[in-house]
Ligand binder design. Structure first.
Ligand SMILES: Cc1ncc(C[n+]2csc(CCOP(=O)(O)OP(=O)(O)O)c2C)c(N)n1
Ligand SMILES: [Mg+2]
Length: 328
């Protein structure tokens, strides 16, 4: 089997990944409705699960991922521990970052998910630095940076694309075009309908893909990663998808046309893939139910784990914050 052939095992794996991400974030949305359950601003990627599962499943263990504020799916797909991720999001000491990062500054270095940046566009220059290190050390790894259509308008992303092109860095730019940046529609902040075409300006291959088709995303990722890995330099993918919820859980989406939302709901990546796997005979109804039940149980267990965990103690306030912690 070549890397881009999608076996029934991989198909099942992709579906399980997407279901787990959806259930994880649905639980967060639910807990946001209860007062004092979820600290900070919760930014979810409902509707974008196929991008996370498709891109990340194509990576090798040595590849590094740099993510943004809409990161839960990327990290879960990368294999972050569900309990420790939920605990971090709920600001507990047992979280992946000791409860001090919270949802917006997550990092899971043990699965090479180096960092997430809430500064829009900031991930790309950092990812260029990581890719430079990989190239300098002659590592076989590639760096993948995930960012939004809004971020694609930031100078920092263009500078990173240029430098990656000049130095032929092993860096895959993945733009999740979810049609919105906050409450701004794509056309209000972006001069082109097709962000991937900008790749040509930096002499790197760029392609768009249906971001709600997990297999299409997986295939294109494999193709572009092969380019990056071969020493030919960076590549660019634009995954066309849709943000089904508000920018964050505080946002009731009053500015969204319900007809547009309904149109994208009909293209739900999970529903489409579930139907496809049923049609192809890869999964049956019983197996699908079991996958969903299992994911629900995992998420419930993660919340119970977080609930039973303490908040970080005052004695940890300065640990993991400074390279050389000041004396207290
Ligand atoms: C430099 C910077 N400018 C503005 C913000 C506020 N902000 C946070 S997310 C966001 C929208 C980003 O849109 P996009 O890149 O498309 O990602 P999406 O939220 O759609 O996933 C904005 C403007 C920020 N965090 N950083
Ligand atoms: Mg966006």
């Amino acid at each position: 089997m070549t890397e881009d052939q999608i076996s029934p095992e991989l198909q099942t794996h992709l579906y399980i990944r997407m279901v787990r991400i959806r259930k994880f974030e649905e639980k967060i949305a639910e807990l946001c409705q209860e007062s004092d359950r979820m600290p900070g601003m919760q930014i979810l990627a409902n509707g974008q699960e196929a991008v996370a599962a498709g891109v990340v499943s194509a990576l090798k263990p040595e590849d590094v991922i740099v993510s943004n504020h809409r990161s839960h799916g990327h990290l879960l797909a990368r294999g972050a521990d569900t309990n420790a991720l939920m605990a971090e999001i709920m600001a507990r000491a047992t979280g992946v970052n000791g409860g001090k990062a919270g949802t917006l500054h997550l990092s899971v270095p043990e699965v090479n998910a180096l960092m997430t940046s809430t500064v829009v566009g900031a991930g790309s220059p950092i990812a260029a630095g990581v890719a430079f290190a990989q190239q300098y050390r002659r590592d076989s790894g590639v760096t993948v940076v995930m960012f939004g259509d809004g971020a694609a308008a930031e100078g920092s992303v263009h500078e990173a694309m240029n430098l990656a092109g000049v130095w032929k860095l092993p860096l895959l730019f993945v733009c999740e075009n979810n049609c919105w940046a906050g409450a701004q529609r794509h056309e209000a902040h972006c001069a082109t309908r097709h962000i991937f075409k900008r790749a040509g300006g930096y002499d790197m291959p760029g392609q768009s893909v249906d971001g709600n088709d997990v297999e299409a995303v997986y295939r294109l990722t494999v193709e572009l990663l092969a380019h990056c890995r071969s020493g030919k330099g960076p590549a660019f993918m634009e995954a066309e998808t849709y943000r089904m919820r508000g920018h964050g859980e505080h946002d009731r989406q009053h500015y969204v046309d319900p007809a547009e939302l309904a149109m994208w709901a009909a293209k739900c990546p999970l529903c489409r893939y579930r139907q496809r796997l049923l049609d192809e005979g890869i999964l049956d109804e019983a197996r699908i139910l079991a996958i969903e039940r299992n994911a629900g149980q995992q998420v419930a267990a993660a919340v119970a784990f977080a609930d039973a965990s303490p908040y970080p103690g005052a004695e940890t306030f300065l640990t993991d914050v400074f390279v050389n912690p000041p004396a207290v």
